[in-house]
Design a protein around this ligand. Structure first.
Ligand SMILES: C=C(O[C@@H]1C=C(C(=O)O)C=C[C@H]1O)C(=O)O
Length: 488
């Protein structure tokens, strides 16, 4: 067992930060001595700061070759930017979710364990509390090695060097820094203190978003990657032969622009256009950035309360209130749409029951109305016992029939065979877990992979008996259009 140091007071100045880091180093030495371990450890320091826009902080402080994650729920006033790498794991294989869970467990040994038991007030500066200490994760849709089709690691978990978190009532800057027995604490204090000051004092209005909107849209051209309508017709034949109940097929188009795409500008656009969605960006340290505005939550855990969303069945928004209400009414009352939705509800309920949980949900779906589209939506809640880690849930639920189909294995096989491009991070779980057992994972739909002057846009639709290929194509076009609007 590590020797617990005295409780630590929040840091007010550079001298106290030195004392805090010195005490942490002493603790790390004691842990290493008592457990006969060697090697590096790390410490997490947080400071409450004046409200900043984490997207602009990401823009100002992230280095382009460093990994980053960005998640924002504009409607709820919450955003988090994570950048730089203190610890990370890129892995794959059919135990990829378990591996990332083990990484999390192991990286919580030592200094973070001390934090968990001696977490103190974070204001104005101090040891990060477990509920603010987040690791960020991305998984590809299929478990597969990195390739041209799938340029991202099959599973990636990151303890970022920096995390800027904005919530409605506070803003927190967190530094996760390597600290071992040999670290020069004076130099580390100096560097860290200066960086916190810089984050506080940065000019967050430097980037003039309004100005960038004034630039005329670049000219661009479209490249269809697959013949969506044909694949839908083929899927319908499999459905009529009873091989499948539901198949979610996606369509990809490449947009080639005369000017490089600007993921920051696109993210800003996405949050303005789709404030009800989860805005996200993932970069694993390179030229490829995966961004999107997803309405779909895979797993959210807050204080052991789990929420997952069944989201399937779609209709456009109406141009007038009357037309909108009529489209919504038809969506709620069309047996084909209700069946497409119910398949997802049943799957989520059965999976949660298998894990020993008691899922609760309304008897019928409601409408989730987004700016451009409306969906059938059933929120599902359950109490999550401490024995179950959020990543076990992600493992159990991904991919749901909202993005794959049913039976799941046959649907996945069919997707691999017929889509003609790698899904990579499209429709895959992206999110974070904290050291207190909270988590939030979204499904990476309504998304695009940006690299230089190229953007690959993805959108899919669920196919069941009774689906009309032309209408399904219209649905994916509507979804693609929504994304394109934010890119150019
Ligand atoms: C697969 C996507 O969306 C899914 C398919 C839906 C449908 O077919 O009605 C609705 C919501 C999502 O679960 C996508 O947008 O790419």
């Amino acid at each position: 067992m590590p020797v617990a140091p005295r409780p630590i007071e929040p840091v007010q100045d550079c001298k106290s930060l030195y004392k805090l880091l010195f005490q942490c180093q002493k603790h790390i030495k004691q842990v290493l001595d008592s457990e006969h371990q060697s090697g590096c450890n790390w410490v997490s320091i947080s400071q409450e700061i004046e409200a900043v826009d984490p997207l602009l902080a990401l823009h100002q402080f992230n280095l382009s070759d460093q990994p980053h994650f960005y998640f924002e729920k504009p409607y709820e006033g919450e955003a988090v930017a994570a950048f730089g790498k203190t610890l990370s794991l890129s892995t794959g294989g059919d135990r990829r979710f378990l591996r990332t869970q083990q990484f999390l467990k192991h990286s919580l040994i030592g200094m973070p364990r001390f934090m968990a038991t001696h977490g103190v007030e974070t204001a104005p500066m101090g040891i990060t509390s477990p509920a603010d200490l987040r690791c960020f994760c991305s998984y590809t849709f299929f478990d597969e090695p990195r390739s041209l089709h799938s340029p991202f690691a099959s599973a990636m978990i990151l303890l970022p060097e920096w995390q800027i978190l904005r919530q409605p009532d506070r803003c927190l800057a967190t530094a996760n820094i390597a600290l071992d027995a040999d670290t020069n604490v004076t130099m580390l204090t100096d560097a860290l203190w200066r960086k916190f000051q810089k984050i506080q004092q940065a000019n967050y209005s430097l980037l003039n978003f309004a100005g960038s909107e004034a630039i005329a849209p670049p000219s661009w051209e479209f490249l269809e990657i697959n013949d969506f309508q044909k694949t839908v017709e083929k899927a319908l034949r499999s459905i009529h032969q009873n091989r499948l109940q539901k198949l979610v097929l996606s369509h990809a188009v490449d947009v080639i622009s005369r000017r490089p795409f600007d993921w920051l500008f696109s993210l800003h656009h996405l949050r303005q256009l789709y404030p009800d969605c989860y805005i996200f960006s993932v970069n694993q340290g390179g030229s490829k950035t995966f961004i999107g505005a997803s309405p779909e939550r895979l797993v959210s855990v807050r204080n052991q309360r789990l929420t997952t969303d069944a989201l399937a069945g779609s209709a456009p928004r109406g141009r007038t209130a009357d037309e909108d209400a009529r489209l919504g009414y038809t969506l709620l009352n069309t047996p084909k749409e209700r069946h497409e939705h119910q398949v997802v509800v049943d799957f989520l309920r059965d999976r949660l029951l298998c894990l020993g949980l008691s899922p609760q949900m309304p008897a019928a779906p409601d409408l989730l109305r987004l700016s451009n589209i409306q969906h059938l939506h059933t929120p599902i809640h359950a109490h999550l016992p401490a024995r179950l880690h959020p990543l076990e849930l992600v493992d159990a639920l991904h991919p749901t029939p909202a993005v794959a189909g049913l039976p799941r294995d046959i649907a996945c096989e069919e997707i691999r065979r017929s889509e003609g491009f790698g899904r990579s991070l499209y429709a895959a779980p992206l999110g974070w877990v904290d050291a207190a057992g909270n988590a939030e994972f979204i499904v990476g739909i309504r998304s695009a992979l940006l690299e230089g002057d190229r953007a690959r846009l993805y959108a899919g639709a669920g196919i069941v008996a009774g689906s009309d290929p032309a209408r399904e194509l219209a649905e994916v076009k509507l979804k693609l259009q929504a994304l394109l609007k934010a890119l150019v």
